[in-house]
Design a protein around this ligand. Structure first.
Ligand code: ADP
Length: 509
């Protein structure tokens, strides 16, 4: 018996095969896309700290990863025998196949997404939160685009698996490629020739998908991106000639701009902050200094709700912001008024720029999310702020194309876009090379001249003494002293003096 090449080639003009291939393409793409969405919800549930979400998600993933697709297909297709109401939907082999594939694949894809989510630095979600972006917004604007990029190679692999798994749907009589082949060779017994054609159709589909997804992968890879657009000479001139943009000053109010009362925080029953009070007047610049581990970062993160306080109260411009509510009948609860969150801008030690967005889009993300102004006006504001921090010509670059100092200057501009009344800086120069420190300190110093209220955690003692109205010295989770730089220079407090000697600050400056 010889291999019938002529018959094999003739199969490629058979419309049944092409129609079946189209069915496979539709079923694969629909299963893949629905599973990607549902799998993401499962992955979020699996990650959740709430048992009501993570237990069902874990159970689902465990169950549907254990069930063979073929068994699932038979169950789904025969479901109308027990639940006649499902008959309209499930007696259609395509829809029955789709449901079975989605049930099964979403369990696998949930774990792929979880890998993607785990790869995203915690600071990304925190940066979004600090810009007042709520959970769902942070997911679709910041987390999902990055996690999807990480997960894409594994998701591509899953699509290839799905294409091949569609051949199983022939058991519920869906006319896909394998079934067309089987019908042919049961008539003419040319099994090898027919199955070769079936194989070639599958290989063609997988190759096309592979090519398209590789293309998508490259398109999403910002490390290969060129700066999106150049600024025209006229625009640069217009922005440079525009009046210097002043950082927004908070309206004068009675009382402090920020008031923290008896803040407590413990990690694993170890107290890291105990009854800390802090009050910052409008326009005041307060630096927080102290030895490593004294609770400075924890304090500043409590002030904008990035860490949950265990006790105490924070007020912003006279309004309640975060507070621990004690109730007689139930456990104490933290009450937060998130609408005030945008009144506080935060600059992180590790910048936390969004790496998948250009500099300009980093600046525009939060104000556009909050619909602060029309796009054109926001763009002009962003250009002016970039000009203010000396980064105008880098507007359309991506964060990875900038030095640490430049990234931090962009992070400052990004926080200022929200026109906060208070800016918090958490060791803004600690992650920088020594020669980049001054460029960032200079930008912060310029902002202090604009009269913006600031709380700065810093190890740069000369800077703190030069720009601050008050310096708070912390040790072991307590405020040891809260004085003007002049008072500290007089050396009245031996503990502070010893610390400053350690960090070799010349107090005679
Ligand atoms: P500082 O900014 O003054 O260096 P931190 O506020 O970072 O101090 O830390 C204060 C203490 O709290 C340290 O002992 C640190 O180990 C502890 N700490 C900070 N964050 C956590 C955390 N998420 N889990 C457990 N311990 C923490």
């Amino acid at each position: 018996m010889v291999f019938d090449w002529e018959y094999l080639f003739s199969l490629f003009s058979l419309s049944d095969f092409w129609l079946a291939s189209w069915t496979v393409v539709q079923l694969s793409i629909a299963s893949w896309l629905i599973s990607i969405v549902f799998g993401f919800v499962l992955a979020l549930g699996r990650q959740s700290k709430y048992g009501i979400l993570n237990i069902p998600a874990k159970f689902y993933i465990w169950l549907f990863r254990s069930l063979p697709l073929l068994v699932l297909l038979m169950f789904v297709y025969n479901m109308p025998l027990v639940f006649p109401a499902t008959g309209d939907f499930l007696s259609n082999p395509f829809l029955a196949g789709l449901l079975a594939m989605v049930l099964c694949e979403s369990a696998y894809i949930a774990e792929i997404h979880r890998g993607g989510l785990l790869s995203i630095a915690k600071g990304q979600g925190e940066a979004a939160k600090a810009l007042g972006i709520r959970f769902v917004g942070a997911q679709y604007l910041v987390i999902i685009p990055q996690a999807f990029r990480v997960a894409l190679p594994a998701l591509t692999n899953e699509l290839v698996s799905i294409v091949k798994l569609t051949s199983l749907v022939s058991v519920v009589s869906l006319t896909e490629i394998l079934l067309v082949g089987q019908r042919l060779y049961t008539q003419n017994f040319l099994v090898l020739e027919t199955m070769a054609a079936v194989a070639i159709f599958y290989v063609m589909i997988v190759t096309v998908f592979d090519f398209l997804l590789r293309f998508l992968e490259n398109a999403l890879d910002v490390t290969k991106a060129k700066p999106k657009q150049q600024l025209s000479a006229e625009l640069i001139e217009e922005i440079s000639n525009a009046p210097q943009l002043k950082a927004e000053k908070a309206a004068e109010i009675d009382g402090p701009a920020l008031e923290a009362h008896k803040l407590h925080k413990s990690y694993n029953d170890v107290e890291v902050l105990g009854a800390v009070d802090l009050s910052v007047q409008t326009g005041e610049v307060v630096s927080i200094i102290g030895p490593s581990g004294s609770g400075k970062t924890t304090l500043i993160r409590l002030l904008n709700g990035l860490e949950q306080l265990d006790n105490g109260e924070i007020k912003l411009n006279g309004n309640p912001f975060i507070k621990l509510l004690r109730q007689v009948s139930s456990k104490p609860r933290v009450i937060e008024h998130p609408e005030h969150r945008t009144e506080i801008g935060m600059v992180f030690q590790s910048f936390n720029l969004f790496p998948h967005l250009s500099v300009m889009d980093n600046l525009l993300l939060a104000p556009r999310y909050h619909k602060l102004a029309p796009k054109k006006a926001l763009e002009m504001q962003a250009y002016q702020l970039l000009n203010k921090v000396g980064m105008l010509e880098h507007a359309w670059k991506y964060p990875h194309q900038l030095s640490g100092g430049q990234q931090q200057r962009i992070a400052i501009a990004r926080a200022l876009m929200m026109k906060p009344s208070i800016m918090l800086f958490d060791e803004p120069t600690s992650a920088l090379d020594p020669e980049k420190v001054n460029e960032v300190l200079q930008v912060i110093e310029d902002l202090t001249k604009d009269g913006i209220t600031m709380v700065i955690v810093t190890h740069e003692m000369n800077f703190a003494f030069n720009v601050s109205d008050r310096i708070v010295f912390m040790e072991k989770g307590r405020v040891v002293c809260d004085e003007s730089p002049e008072a500290l220079r007089r050396g009245d407090n031996p503990r502070v003096e010893a610390f400053l000697k350690d960090v070799s600050l010349s107090l005679t400056e």
